[in-house]
Design a binder for this molecule. Structure first.
Ligand SMILES: Cc1cc2nc3c(=O)[nH]c(=O)nc-3n(C[C@H](O)[C@H](O)[C@H](O)COP(=O)(O)O)c2cc1C
Length: 409
């Protein structure tokens, strides 16, 4: 037998994948891989806008590290031949305990932007939260995902007329719930954005041109597409052909820092569906939310982008659930990178998790197919962790399934 025949008998050549997106995604085994691909494909300033967080970014790191401080107490011999992570979110069935967090400015990663994320979420049957600072409008996103579960995230503008108008557009477009973000009285200092001179819309300077030349795929998409704008707040002063501004200039000028618990009543009289408060960071505030009768809280520090040294959401889950009982749904938003993280959070008492960067990296790595890919990685990871811990359904996700990792001296 010749050497070639011997080789052929033991080695099979892989079929060459000609589609570059499929090729990239086939090798992405986890969210970390999608992040690395996004970093390679996107200009530095764009990647840093997505990846970065406030000040020393300790909270960003801790949100994820906190999950590693819990480990499983796997049960065996429990017949896991059938695994079903289905649950209910805001009174409607969901195939798994997961929703997609709002992330403004999605078209910066992919020309389809929020439309791509909404379509992928709808295919997976998961709620997608459109940001007030979305680059596709409330109506465009509904048209892209006619049967999708859509939530609308509200930043509270000083101009309440504008907020009221957005709420009525969301209702007309059959959005199911509003998610009021309450951790943004002023914008956190995202130092990577300052160093990059990141502005909205992106300002073109010499560094942008060099960065663009190094990322031709992104640049080609960007110059061909219509200008990026805040599609939901047209007329509110940015992206309407006006001068570029930094995100902090914009937010600090437009958002209402006087927002208080009493405003929940204002929302109730202007929105007749479920209300989620996003940005709860203490048990005390979760209890107030329960007393005010909101439908859900998202335990969240905005992915570490606002106050550095805020608590990791997963650490709040158990104490918040103890304090609020079944009065409201509790979402764990921040640091979720794996399906097993979802199993940990739900076992500790969360109703579901929310993911921000996971889907944004995926969008940057492979557009809409990237988002499909990350949702299937999270689903696969959750099912695998369920099987390996003897957990057949959400009813089996109980606090006894996890424990803190002992601190070693
Ligand atoms: C690029 C980016 C943009 C975001 N934009 C918004 C936004 O417009 N509104 C909002 O409430 N939260 C926003 N967030 C926060 C996310 O909704 C979510 O709280 C956070 O990403 C969760 O952490 P994770 O990225 O570790 O999943 C944004 C996060 C990122 C990474």
């Amino acid at each position: 037998m010749s050497i070639f025949e011997t080789l052929r008998s033991v080695v099979r050549f892989r079929a060459v994948e000609l589609d570059p997106v499929a090729r990239r995604l086939a090798r992405a085994a986890d969210v970390g891989d999608l992040r690395r691909i996004a970093r390679r494909r996107l200009p530095g300033g764009v990647f840093d806008y997505i990846d970065g967080a406030a000040e020393d970014e300790r909270t960003l790191g801790d949100n994820t590290a906190a999950f590693a401080r819990y480990r499983f107490r796997p049960r065996v011999l429990r017949d896991v031949s059938s695994i079903d992570p289905a649950t209910s979110l805001l009174g409607r069935p969901a195939p798994m305990p997961l929703a997609l967090s709002p992330t403004g400015f999605a078209r910066i990663a992919d020309p389809e932007g929020e439309l791509a994320v909404a379509r992928a979420a709808a295919r997976a049957g998961l709620p997608y939260t459109l940001s007030t600072l979305g680059t596709r409008s409330i109506e465009e996103v509904r048209a892209a995902a006619p049967d999708g579960r859509l939530w609308f995230q509200v930043y509270v503008w000083r101009d309440r007329g504008l907020v009221k108008e957005m709420l009525s557009r969301a209702a007309d477009a059959t959005y199911e719930a509003i998610v009021i973000t309450v951790d943004t009285a002023v914008l956190g200092l995202r130092e990577r954005d300052v160093r990059r001179g990141f502005s909205l819309p992106p300002r073109i300077g010499l560094d942008t041109i060099v960065d663009g030349a190094l990322h031709p795929g992104w640049t080609w998409d960007f110059v061909r597409a219509e200008p990026i704008r805040f599609a939901n707040v047209v007329g509110a002063g940015v992206g309407d052909g006006g001068d570029p501004v930094s995100l902090s200039e914009y937010v600090n000028a437009q958002f209402d820092p006087s927002l208080s618990w009493d405003d929940v009543e204002w929302f109730r009289s202007n929105w007749h569906g479920p209300i989620v408060i996003k940005g709860i960071q203490t048990v005390d505030d979760a209890v107030i939310a329960a007393e005010r009768g909101v439908d859900a809280v998202a335990l969240s520090n905005h992915g570490g982008r606002q106050l550095d040294d805020a608590p990791a959401p997963v650490d709040l889950v158990a104490p918040v659930r103890d304090a609020v009982g079944d009065r409201l749904e509790v979402y764990c938003d921040g640091g979720v990178r794996r399906g097993s993280d979802i199993l940990k959070a739900v076992s500790l008492g969360a109703t579901a998790c929310m993911v921000g960067r996971a889907h944004f990296y995926a969008l940057g790595a492979g557009g809409e197919r990237g988002v499909d890919h990350v949702l299937s990685l999270l689903d696969g990871g959750l099912r695998r962790a369920m099987a390996l811990t003897g957990c057949g359904s959400v009813a089996d996700m109980v606090p006894e399934l996890v424990e803190p990792v002992p601190v070693r001296a």
